[in-house]
Design a protein around this ligand. Sequence first.
Ligand code: ATP
Ligand code: MG
Length: 210
Amino acid sequence: MKEAVGLMGGTFDPIHFGHLAAAEEARVRFQLARVIFVPNGQPPHKPDYLPTPAEARYEMVVLATASNPGFEASRVEIDRPGPSYAVDTVHDLGRQLGFDTQFHFIAGTDALLEMLTWREPEHLVQSCEFIAVSRPGYELHELQEKLPSDLLVRIHMLEVPGLWISSTELRRRATAGLSLRYLTPYAVVRYIAAHGLYSRSPTDSPGLGL
Ligand code: ATP
Ligand code: MG
């Protein structure tokens, strides 16, 4: 039988408990052998936004996932030049892990509502299952209204503990010197402080909750 493996893509700038809680719920409910977190190299959907260097976003993902033996971080997108497309990632990871893997692509409702703008969505749904996780501020049922039935048949809806957290909000808070504790693992809070990420000047010493 094929091994069920979760795959969660994102900019992860920075990773936070919203990502981690959703991935953990999907891992347990869908009996996934593991969940691989894949930080984007160059996000195709955020062309005007200059993200934190991929290496730093990847390191934060490594720190945040280290304590869960069911979680892993992958460099597949950050090591691949050009924009990151999910369809290429599933293909590359399939080659790395062997084609006996059944991927379950985990994404929030906001991300899946944009699915028709992704590259080759029809091809992507042939190569993996989808788990749409709930996210405060978005309605899972909107997917039914917006997406065609050939995509919907491959999408499983999953209610997860609702955490009203976004990376945008964490970046804003860090810039404003507000605490990030209890929004992301402490190791990530320390990493952000040590590298002066999101602060107005590298010499700022923001509160961050250290
Ligand atoms: P940004 O504010 O920079 O867009 P984000 O918090 O949305 O950051 P992303 O890296 O864009 O994080 O998201 C990666 C994936 O995680 C997406 O599929 C997104 O829908 C999902 N996700 C992010 N935050 C949550 C949350 N609080 N609950 C459930 N899913 C989430
Ligand atoms: Mg987002």
